[in-house]
Design a protein around this ligand. Sequence first.
Ligand SMILES: C[S@@+](CC[C@H](N)C(=O)[O-])C[C@H]1O[C@@H](n2cnc3c(N)ncnc32)[C@H](O)[C@@H]1O
Length: 230
Amino acid sequence: MHGISTKTKEEIAAAYSSSPWWYDVRGFLILTFAYRSTLWAQVRFFGGNIRGRHLEVAIGTGTLYEFIHRWRRWKKLPEASVAGIDYALPMLAGAQRRFAKTPGIELQHADVAALPYDDNSFDSANIANAVHCFPDVDAGLRDVFRVLKPGGRLAANVLLYPRGPRPLRWLAQKIDDWGIRKGILYTPYQEEDIRQRLQAAGFLVEFEQISGNTYNVAATKPVVLEGQSA
Ligand SMILES: C[S@@+](CC[C@H](N)C(=O)[O-])C[C@H]1O[C@@H](n2cnc3c(N)ncnc32)[C@H](O)[C@@H]1O
């Protein structure tokens, strides 16, 4: 039977309070055996989505975002002005230390479902490794939609129910069950479910890819032309 958490956003934030070294080691194992994805694939997917004023939702301690930032500089991609948010204070404190000397990144404590930003203020947004951690995913997607400018683009990856060869499926299921018990995972999804939730929030789904147990998706906020209703 597939599990789903009953934890609140406060309990989920409390579950993200481990020391940075364990968070990173654990993250690597989860990435490899539960998501069946690689850091390199994520850096290219999320790094390629950033432009102008960018929102990095659930930035965590910033381990992934630091790789993305370095990769963009190495590729000589245009600098962006970045706002990073996370609901777990220990995670955010890690990101604050990591980016203390990096210009162009501001960090704030916030819930994805109640973002402290004006409507239509970001050109792009990433939700990396976190959609499946939100207790109210629809409220989160709606608020990201609200703060994106028309034409703004969201990139997200979502953990799917385990698939593939039996031993790998078994291992991923064990890790998911443990993550749900601990509170660091709310629930995996089916890709159709996430596609429908994105569309219900108002997004146009532009790109979809399944890789391992991960659904990578990019979606835009439509531009409403004069004379059309939103
Ligand atoms: C698996 S970590 C991913 C961190 C980072 N994006 C990465 O890829 O390394 C999930 C993050 O989601 C954050 N999170 C969970 N629920 C949240 C919410 N309601 N609002 C904002 N952040 C949330 C957690 O605090 C945690 O830092």
